[in-house]
Write a new protein. Sequence first.
Length: 188
Amino acid sequence: MIGKLQGIVDHIGDGFVIIMVSGVGYKVFCPEYLTHKSIVSLWIETVVREDSIRLFGFTSHAQNELFNQLTSVSGVGPKVAMAILGTLKTDVLLSAIATGDAKTISAAPGVGKKVAEKIILELKIKIGGVSFDNNNGNNHLGDLLCALETLGYKRIDIIEIAQKLVNENPDFGVEKLVPLALKNISNK
């Protein structure tokens, strides 16, 4: 099996790239945008089905492992796992799993509430090695996200700002976090 590829991005398609390695072009499905003619080093996960062999590429080993964890959940195949990884950054996804935030996970295309809840249920224990602060900060995160959604913002657009503000200001309540979030959003 192929474990890692290093080469030049020769072509960019819809959800995949062609990586040229020593004169051979490998079609690799990637959750991230890569630039044409750039030199890349990708961790590869090979998925063999009875009708196809597909390569999935990741810029970090952690993202590759997360892909494997996601596809270990019954009902989550490579396509859904790639949609999740392409929509949510690794730390946002891990935080959503750890805090039981199904709404954030279901922001990925093709992922409904039931699938998101199943991912949380099956992976919360497995990802237990990842350290998250389960104090009031996570309650503030949920409250801040709800407040911003009430104001018309989409969760997928605000989650990173909200997480950053809650982590940087653990003693702040929602009443102080909302104005900070609005200021950060307007400066974006």
